[in-house]
Design a protein around this ligand. Sequence first.
Ligand code: LER
Ligand code: MN
Length: 269
Amino acid sequence: MKLGIAIAPKEALPLTFVVFRDDIKLTMEKAYKLGYEGVELALLNESQINIEGVKALCQKYQLEIPMISSGQVYAQGNLCLTSSDKGIRNQAIARMKGLIDVAEQFGSMVNIGRVRGPIEDGKPYESSEKRFIESMEMLALYAEPKGVQIALEPVNRYELNFINTLEEAQQIILKIGRPNIKIMPDTFHMNIEEPCIEASLVAHKNLIAYIHFAENNRWAPGMGHLNFPNIINTLKSIRYEGYVTVEILPHPSPDEAALKAANYLKTLL
Ligand code: LER
Ligand code: MN
């Protein structure tokens, strides 16, 4: 398994769950010094980074960009894939295609977390689901020739009322039927939604492509009550070899959170 850390450009809203919201060069240097192997970039749109510049930083600091994440597209851009407003839906699809183009440049995946959007109030589940399935099919077909995988992230019920568990993600992936859509568990959400974190990881092992690590309180692993030794042993037992990326609050400070997470997880991985 490889260790990653989620970061965002300086302009990102505080709602983004990243450790560092700062100059990308500075945070990539910090990630490298702390022993992280990759950085997940949370982007609002494709023009937020200079691709060649970030490629050079990846070389300099021996870092990969395993994931381009899209939480800001929903949190800041208010765009989502289930919207009954066709204009908003099309803008969300266009925005995600832009992020897929960025992902192609770095050999990254792209995540679909909150940007999938909610089941709209008072409207039937099936119509939101249908819009989501159609949008995902379009995105998967766009991403496929670029070699980009799309990672669908179950999110807890207090943040979104659509796709809360790994099983719900698996069922909808089967309905979409595209081979480049996988599951991206996040231990913070799993702690709220899954009957047993370890059992759910085992049951969905064939679809898991990437993982977010955060404590029950969204602080760094080791600062809450999740059993990370057990979770990591389970991931080893299913031969998971992808990234575990910390997506945590900058508590007590960004530098301390990044250091605590790295120190704790390196001994376990
Ligand atoms: C938000 O809670 C989260 O986990 C993100 O990765 C999903 O957009
Ligand atoms: Mn997450």
